[in-house]
Structure formats: C-alpha cells, structure tokens
Design a protein around this ligand. Structure first.
Ligand SMILES: *[C@@H]1O[C@H](CO)[C@@H](O)[C@H](O)[C@H]1NC(C)=O
Ligand SMILES: *[C@@H]1O[C@H](CO)[C@@H](O)[C@H](O)[C@H]1NC(C)=O
Ligand SMILES: *[C@@H]1O[C@H](CO)[C@@H](O)[C@H](O)[C@H]1NC(C)=O
Length: 939
C-alpha cells in the first residue's frame, strides 16, 4: 500500500478565479516543500527523526497490528464462494424439513433450498424466474426429509495422522520441546487418508485439524473442508487459509483471518517431557512472557514510528518463531486447549488473566461441568467446552468425566461442542456424540448446534458455515431420519454445493424416526453426579425376598432353546411382569397375575410402555481387568508373551496359560455403568500385547466381588490368541506358533486347555482383522481337524475384513465377533472394511449373517461397553429392517456367548427392564432381574 495522496486530475482550471487559487496553491506547496527540505536537512544534521529506508513497509506492519480478525465487511454481499468450483451445477432440493441452526437452534423451515456458485442461494419459497435463469439445474425431491448444516468437527487429527495409520504419516506430535507455537498442522496435512471419505459419508463437511497434545503449545491448527480439492493439495482444502501460498490470495490488512492454536495441559505434555504440572505451567508463562515482550516492543515501536519519531528506533521488533503467540495476545487466534482436570483448567484460566488473552474452547474438558465458575473467570469470555459424550475413564484425568456434562454446562450458560478427536473417535459418527448428549439431557436444539453452529462459531467461521441460510457456504446434509434419531444416515452431503456421495445407499426409516426422539429424564443422576464431585455411587438397589411388579409393560422378549423370542406383547397399558428373587413369577395382565401381586410389600415400577428383554453381554474391552486404562496401577496388567519373552519357571514356563478370572476386579465404574445400561455380563480375556492372551472368563457386571453368588458366570470360556502386526513377531511366526501349540502342546495348564480346544470342547478365539491372516487360520483349522478327526470350534474377533471371506468362513464353521461394530480402518490390516450405508448397501454384520455365520458385536474400550444396546439397534437400522429386534439383541447376547464359549443356561440369564421404550430405543434401564444372583436390581 502506498501513502501517496491522490493528486489533481487533468489540467489546471481555466477560470481566472480558479487560476488565482491555483497560483496560491502552487505557492503554498512550494513553500511547504522548501520548509520540509530545510527540516529534513536540519534533522539529517541533528540525526533525530530520519525515516528509515523501509518506512512504508514498517508503517504497514504497524497498521496491520490493529486489524481485527473476521470476514471483510462486504462478505455477506458475495455472489460466489471463493471455494466455488467452476462447472458445479446448481442444485435445487425441494420439499425439505430444514433445521437451520438459527434462533438458538429452534428454527425449522419447510421448503426448498437452492445451491449455486458454492453458496446457499435461497431457502424457502423460490421464484420460478430465478430457477429459469439457471442452466443445468439438478433437482432433487427430499420428500419432507430433514436437512441440516454440514457437521463441523472442532477437534480432529484427520490428515496429520492417517487412516489407516502409518508410521510414515504420523505427523501430529512434534517432540522437540513443550513450546512450539511456530509449528503448523498445515505442514503435515496428508491428503491420502481414507478418513476424509468416511467422515464425509457421516455428514462431516468441515474440521479443525489440530496438532497433537504432546506439547503445552503444540502449534497452529487449520480449518479444512473435507471434500477432495480439484488441485489435490493440502492448501486447496483450507477454509479461509490464514497462510499465504504466494501472497496474493487475500489482504490481511482488510480482513485478518482467524488463526487457530493448540494448547494442552495436564498429563500429555507432562508425560512426554517428564514434567510436572508446575513445569508445564511455567513453560506456558515463560512463552507468553516472551510473546508479551515482543508485543509491547512492537506497540511502543509503532507509537513512535507513526509519530515519525524514527530516531534510535532500529529494526521493527519481530520474531518468526513467536509471531503466532504474539497474535494470540492481539486477540487474533482461537486458542483450542486440551485440558481435562480442575487443576489444569484453573491454571490456564489464571494464565489467560495474567497475559490477557482468551481461550476459544477447552477440549476433552472432562471436569469443566464441575467448575463452571472457573470457566466464567477466564479472560475475555468463558471458553466453550468441547466434549466426548461418554468416552471417559481411559486416563486418570478423565476419571470424573460424565455423560451429564453437556446438560450441566448448558444449564450454566456455557457453550457445548461435541467433538471427535478423530481418530480417537471416528468423526464419521460425530453426530452420534450429539445424539448421546441429547439422550443424557442436552436439549435437542443445543445438541444439534453442538456439532454445527456452535463449533462454527468457536472456530470463527460462523459467518459462512454451521447455518442453513442464504449466502452461506453450500455445505448441507440431507438425512434419512431426524438427525438426532439413532442411526441417522446422510442421503446426500454437499460441500461447496458439490454432492459428495456418488451412489448413496439408504434404507427407509420408520416414521417415528422423523421426529426429535423422546429421551428419558436423567435429572436425578445429573444432580447426584454434582453432589459426589463427579463420582456418584453406581450400585443398584438390590431387592431380595419380596416381589417387584413392573407395570405398563408393552413387550417381553425371553430366551428359549432356539434363541430370543417375543413372549408377550400388548398395546394396552395392562402388561405386568412380577419378579421375585431374580426370577419372573408371572407375566400377563394385572388380573392374570393378581395372585402374585397381593403382597402389600411389593415394589411397583411403572415402565411407561417399556419392555423386559434379555440382559446383554459385552466383549472386546478389558472390562473387569482395569479401572483406568492408562493407569497401570489400576489394572491387572499384561500377561507374558512367550513368543518374545521368557515366561518365568515359577509361572510354569512354556506350559503356563493365564486365566482372566484370576485377575478380575469387580465394581469398576465401567462395569457398573454397563450394568446400568443393560449389559449384565462381560466376557474378558487377559490383557496381552502380543500373541498369547489366555483363558477368557464371563462375569456379572453388577456383582460386588468374585465370591458373591452369581458373580462369575463361567470361570473359563475360551482360549484366546491374537494375530496382529503388534509385538515383535511376524504374523507367519504367530501362525507357526499356533500350529505348534495345537499339534504338540507343551506340558502344564496350556496342554490341558489346548486338549479341550482340540476336542472341540472350548473355542479357539483368534483376534484377527486381516483377511489374509484369516485364510491361514482357516487352513490351519482344516489341518487340525483332519489330523485329530474332530471339528474344533474357532472364532475370529475383530474381524474388520471378515466380510471378504464370508463364504469361506461360513464353510469352515467359524463364528465372528465384529468389534468395533461400526468398522474403521485404524490399521492396514483393517483397511478393507465394509463401511455400510450410505457408502455400501449392506454392512459387514448383515453380510456375515446372510452366510449363516454366528455373528456377535463388541467394543474396543470399556467405557463404550454401556452402548451395546445402541450398537445393536444401529446395526439393525442399517439393514433397513432385515434384522428383527430379537436378531439385533442376539448380536450382543446369545450369539456373542455362543461364539466365545459361554454355556448359557437360559433360565439363569438376566433380564433388563426399560422405561419409556425398549432396550433398543432411547429408553432408560430401571431394573435388572438376575436369576443367577437371586436379586432384582433397581436403579
Ligand atoms: C413434502 O413431502 C411430504 C412427505 O413426503 C408430503 O407429505 C408433502 O405433500 C410434500 N409437500 C410438497 C409441497 O411437495
Ligand atoms: C497465487 O496463487 C493463487 C491461488 O493459487 C493464484 O490464483 C494466483 O494467480 C497466484 N498469484 C501469483 C502472483 O502467482
Ligand atoms: C403407561 O405408560 C404410558 C406412556 O407410555 C402413560 O401415558 C400411561 O399413563 C401409563 N399408564 C399407566 C396405567 O401407568
């Protein structure tokens, strides 16, 4: 920019008066110049106010320091998006039900949406003349289906890591020091991750990609759109790129683009640098002190420079390493802070007040709901809380994480965001986090806003994304059901007006799925959570010796010899189930069961149209073997891996095999939360890092200790090994080891259990994802069977690629336990997943079931075990009704038990009572009828 004043245009005026004026002007200018020359000469002589060579640039820099971030003033007048791809056809979506995100998330419009030039051109009634002017219009009838803004993920590592994960693309964490504000996620952004395509298929259109949390200040984040850009470059993915590629894209002095900065406190940065919290906090303060010094030096410098007092000013004070942190102090950076615990939140809030900058959001933020006033004391404005719905207790800092946090924070007037931390959670299912937040009490308008409008605002992009509104970016999703309904799946996703799904598959959803789902009231539970500082007691009330009468029961599903069957159902409110000492004594109507309910002492529980269904089973996580995943002291620990370690003689050396039942811990919070969610049994194998795990066990999640009646369902269930690229031995070595064990088992307990495997008495359970490894195992099964002339029981768990071998697995009589139930290519071995709708017509569960395979589903982490009911329901929804309710429940009960060697006594199996819906709906578990424990548990 030049500082030259505009000069008079054309020739001097002809009029005499004007000519006189002209002379006067010329004289004035000449004398001014003369005086100036004299002054300059004087100043040169005195060496006092000499302007340096680059004065203009320096003054430009000074002016730039005051520019506030945000869109240019005329942004809303734009007729075309800067991200518009020429050739994109305009699109008209007719007859949609539109959740706009406006009016606090309460506005719903019925009508049409026109997308053109990368923008939402019109919402509502659209004039015919406008449509006629458009060439090549694509028209789509939504038939009343829901439309929302594209999902916005405030915390993702898409691109700075890779899916599948590769050592060569793990670029999210630098280990070069605790303070690295100069690093930029953009410089790591890998464009080849499978994650983009998958997340888009879940409706995610924009993500804030952040560096990891290994550092107190880990570097600068970037906002990207998830569609593949035409130029295939990382830069092409950026939304409002704050970094220039060649200096011509935008003028920061007109509108300064928001920048993003990652901070982290607590365990992650502490561990990497063997620091204490005191060290990390000092690192922050030292860094901000440095930035403050530079900022103050710049401000002082510019005051003088603008006044023309150049003498002794020297160079403009700046430092490329610190400029981003200086910008934080100038209020031009959204500071995104990974921070869990009260002590860390408090530390950071103190730092914001000491150095006067604000924090956009605390991420993970598991204890924010306990200290709303601390957040409100932050400099500038209270940070938003960016949360997981139920993912907690994986480390000590997250131990007090609560599913009620979104509700409690919102009640305190704080902004709530649900985020993925992809790939920690697969951002394809970020909407599920909002659904769960809603289930646990966050109002529906805020729940949907928590993955659209609120994150857009928190990242400083709410002038263009996060809302369905004229002039906004054409990033929208058309859903097959209400977006808060379980299993809501995009029918189409548009980014910058470009449809992202080539051949979307979707199944017709029930009409009730088109409304905001009804959810239970968890007010008491939320209050108790606060009362107990985040750790409310989770034990049930045990009712023994007297009857519990469940009234208003609409359906009863029980186990019989063949599996699960609906034994009773009614549409009236007359249904009654009477239970005593853990057994059902009568079901039917009040009159038919009257002889069982005469007892005046009985407890009556109104199920409000709810149901009684079989208790569920969990597998896949170390449930019952640990309290806090990352705290070894709370866990049973890992077994020896005889492939790469010497097993001590005292354990039995090569002849040793470890039993999970010997390490069981009862009453872990994850077990109790599972119990409260209808997961009454857990099957767990010893924790292993390599090949050999040990003997699995099945236990009651609601039991207090191992010696209690019914606590252990079956001490030993199956023989567990694993065939992954983990540990030091190759897959082929592991196959060889398994072959050796089966053909010539060593002495000791391992021989005892392997002989049972060879006789087909207990299953050999192999954790395996790769289809290639599975083929070797299918051959091994044949070898063993032809040698010993008896069929053996084999089960694959994990099973990411099992669908590829559905026919062969079926012929070999092998069962499969898929976990996670919604697949994700975390590793190369899992890359060939069958993602399910909308990307493929069927999911892996349906494919395997169609081949007659016994299929169960499980979870990877203990905190998610509670979701078995929803995982099963969701799997069934994806099949568009091909799986009945009983089929869905079987995935997480009878099938799982059969595949994993639990000899279920159907009469001893638990039942679950739910209020306001059945176990597969957003109902509440209020009771458990446990024959094996001889009690009825009430919550
Ligand atoms: C919109 O779709 C709904 C559901 O299919 C239908 O009942 C209604 O008549 C449609 N309205 C218009 C204007 O087409
Ligand atoms: C800089 O890059 C932009 C975007 O790629 C391009 O449109 C422009 O022509 C480039 N300018 C120069 C001076 O190279
Ligand atoms: C049964 O539950 C329904 C809700 O599903 C409720 O409206 C009704 O009042 C209840 N009836 C009785 C008799 O409790």
């Amino acid at each position: 920019m030049s500082g030259v004043l505009p000069g008079p245009k054309g020739s001097p005026a002809k009029h005499p008066a004007a000519r006189r004026l002209w002379h006067v002007l010329v004289l004035a200018v000449l004398s001014f110049v003369a005086v100036q020359t004299l002054l300059v000469w004087e100043s040169t002589k005195l060496s006092r106010t000499e302007a340096p060579l680059h004065a203009t640039e320096i003054l430009d820099k000074c002016r730039l320091l005051d520019v506030k971030p945000g869109p240019p003033p005329d942004f809303n007048l734009r007729k075309e998006s800067d991200r518009f791809v020429p050739g994109t056809r305009p699109t008209l979506i007719r007859n949609a039900t539109i959740w706009t995100g406006r009016v606090d998330g309460l506005e719903v419009l019925k009508g049409d949406i026109l997308l053109d030039k990368g923008l939402i051109k019109e919402v509502g009634p659209i004039e015919g003349s406008l449509l006629e002017s458009l060439d090549d219009l694509v028209t789509l009838d939504a038939e009343g289906a829901w439309v929302s803004p594209g999902i916005v993920d405030l915390h993702s590592h898409l691109g700075v890591t890779s899916n599948p994960n590769f050592a060569g693309a793990s670029d999210g964490n630098s280990h070069h020091g605790p303070i690295l504000p100069w690093l930029r996620a953009l410089d790591s952004l890998n464009t080849h991750s499978e994650g983009y395509r998958l997340s888009v298929s879940g409706g995610v259109t924009t993500a804030l990609v952040l560096p990891g949390s290994a550092n107190a200040i880990g570097g600068q984040g970037i906002v990207i759109k998830l569609r593949a850009p035409e130029d295939r470059s990382p830069t092409g993915m950026l939304l409002e790129n704050p970094y220039s590629i060649n200096g011509s894209e935008y003028d920061p002095s007109l509108s300064f683009r928001w920048r993003q900065m990652k901070h982290a406190c607590g365990e992650n940065p502490d561990r990497v640098y063997s620091n204490t919290r005191m060290d990390t906090t000092w690192a922050f303060r030292q860094a901000y002190d440095k930035a403050r010094q530079i900022k103050e030096a710049q401000d002082d410098y510019c005051v003088k420079a603008k006044a023309g007092e150049w003498a002794g000013l020297g160079k403009f004070p700046e430092d490329l390493q610190w400029e981003a942190l200086v910008d934080v102090l100038r209020g031009r950076v959204k500071v995104q802070t990974h921070c869990y615990e009260t002590v860390d939140l408090d530390d950071l809030v103190r730092i914001t007040n000491e150095f006067k900058f604000s924090i956009a959001a605390f991420h993970h933020a598991h204890e924010t709901y306990l200290v709303p006033d601390t957040l409100k004391a932050a400099y500038g404005h209270p940070p938003a809380a960016a949360l997981f719905a139920v993912h907690a207790r994986y480390k000590r800092e997250s131990y007090r994480g609560s599913e009620f946090a979104p509700k409690i924070l919102a009640e305190n007037g704080l902004q709530v965001v649900m985020k993925s931390d992809h790939p920690v959670l697969d951002s394809r299912f970020l909407l599920w986090e909002a659904q769960q937040a809603h289930y646990y009490g966050l109002p529906h308008n805020l729940a949907l806003a928590a993955v659209t409008t609120t994150p857009a605002k928190v990242m400083g992009q709410d002038h263009r994304i996060g809302i369905v509104r004229q002039g906004y970016d054409a990033d929208i999703v058309l859903w097959d059901s209400h977006p808060l309904a379980l299993g809501a799946t995009p029918k189409q996703v548009w980014i910058d007006g470009i449809a992202q799904l080539e051949r979307p598959h979707s199944h017709v959803k029930a009409s009730e799925a088109q409304h905001v789902p009804k959810v239970p009231n968890f007010g008491n539970e939320a209050d108790k959570t606060l009362e107990f500082d985040g750790l409310p007691p989770l034990e049930a009330e045990h009712v023994e010796g007297r009857s519990v009468v469940f009234t208003n029961v609409s359906s009863v599903i029980l186990r019989d010899r063949e599996g699960l069957h609906e034994t009773f159902s009614t549409s009236s409110h007359e249904g009654v189930v009477v239970a005593k000492n853990g057994a059902i004594s009568c079901y039917g109507t009040m009159s038919s069961c009257s002889s069982f309910v005469e007892d005046a002492k009985e407890r009556v529980v109104d199920l409000q149209g709810g149901a009684i269904m079989p208790g569920l089973t969990s597998f896949g996580a170390p449930l019952g073997l640990e309290e806090i995943g990352a705290e070894r002291s709370t866990s049973d620990g890992f077994v020896y891996d005889p492939l790469v370690q010497t097993v001590p003689k005292i354990v039995g050396a090569e002849g040793a095999i470890i039993r999970a039942v010997d390490g069981l811990q009862f009453g872990t919070r994850d077990a109790l939360l599972s119990h409260r969610s209808g997961v009454t049994t857990a099957i767990t194998a010893p924790k292993s890092v390599g090949f050999l795990s040990g003997m699995g066990t099945a236990f009651s999640t609601g039991a207090a200790h191992k010696l209690e009646k019914g606590a252990v369902v079956q001490p030993v269930t199956a023989f567990h090994v694993s065939m992954h690229h983990s540990g030091l031995a190759s897959i082929s070595t592991k196959v060889a080891a398994l072959r050796h064990l089966l053909f010539s088992p060593p002495y000791g307990t391992i021989e005892y259990w392997l002989s049972k495997v060879r006789k087909g008495n207990i299953p050999l359970v192999i954790d395996v994802d790769s289809a290639d490894a599975m083929t070797s195992l299918i051959e091994l099964k044949r070898e063993v069977e032809s040698r010993f002339l008896r069929p053996i029981k084999m089960t694959f768990t994990g099973g990411a690629e099992a669908h590829i071998l559905a026919k062969e697995i079926s012929e070999a009589g092998i069962s499969v336990v898929l976990y996670p139930s919604r697949p994700f290519p975390s590793t190369w071995e899992q890359r060939r997943i069958l993602p399910g709708p909308p990307l493929t017509e069927t999911n892996a569960i349906e494919t395997l079931l169609a081949h007659g395979i016994t299929v169960g589903i499980g979870v990877r982490t203990a905190d998610l075990a509670r979701n078995a009911r929803f995982d099963a329901a969701w799997a069934a929804l994806e099949t568009g009704g091909k799986l009945s309710r009983s089929d869905a429940l079987a995935l997480v009960s009878v099938n799982l038990e059969k595949a994993l060697g639990v000899q279920t006594d159907r009469l001893q199996s638990d039942l679950v009572a739910t209020r306001g819906g059945d176990l597969l709906e957003f109902s509440k578990v209020v009771g458990i009828i446990s024959p094996r424990r001889g009690v009825v548990d009430l919550f």
